[in-house]
Design a protein around this ligand. Structure first.
Ligand code: FAD
Length: 146
């Protein structure tokens, strides 16, 4: 087992609609659990950023499937690195939608409150993911109170 992390960003296409989020998450929970992959998906109005961790061969097989998905395009891999431990071991795929509380995080990493993951310098991408992880409980609580 070669534990690895993968971080990529992408842009929605005209084939994407908001209702696809639930379908994507359903496929991802099922497939990632079966492949012992964990991670997080961050979605704003136009962009995705996804962090996945697991065995390198499983990650490469999963990513090969993901980039065939016509609901997004312009996939750019920011990192494919060996790691020693998982960051999201309890999540086959945590999901973080854009929310008010993330605007200040966006501003710090992207010089704008609007999420545009193509603007994050590559060397800061993993730090951004770790900060997102810290936001997870708050984002879920906000979702429950909406
Ligand atoms: P199903 O789950 O049976 O497919 C369900 C439905 O999704 C289909 O009926 C169809 O409507 C739609 N669909 C499936 N594939 C496509 C496609 N290529 N183009 C357009 N519509 C399609 N998959 C993972 O396994 N793990 C992930 O972490 C993951 N993350 C994703 C992140 C993003 C941003 C996107 C866009 C997709 C992600 N996916 C992920 C989904 C992946 O791209 C495949 O759609 C999925 O893995 C296919 O699973 P399945 O063969 O079991 O299809």
């Amino acid at each position: 087992m070669s534990l690895t992390r993968l971080i990529y960003v992408s842009t929605i296409t005209s084939e994407f609609s908001l209702g696809d989020i639930d379908k994507i998450l359903e496929s991802s929970y099922r497939r990632n659990s079966a492949n012992n992959i964990s991670g997080v998906l961050y979605f704003s109005t136009r962009y995705f950023m996804q962090y996945l961790e697991g065995d390198r061969a499983d990650l490469e097989e999963t990513y090969a499937r993901i980039i065939q998905d016509r609901r997004h395009a312009n996939c750019i891999v920011y990192e494919l690195e060996p790691i020693e431990k998982r960051e999201f071991e309890d999540w086959s795929l945590a999901y973080i939608p854009q929310s008010e509380s993330l605007r200040s995080l966006n501003s710090r990493f992207m010089q704008s409150a609007q999420f545009n993951p193509y603007d994050i310098p590559q060397q800061n991408v993993f730090a951004f993911i770790l900060e997102l992880k810290a936001y997870l409980p708050r984002v879920y609580l906000e979702g429950l109170t909406c």
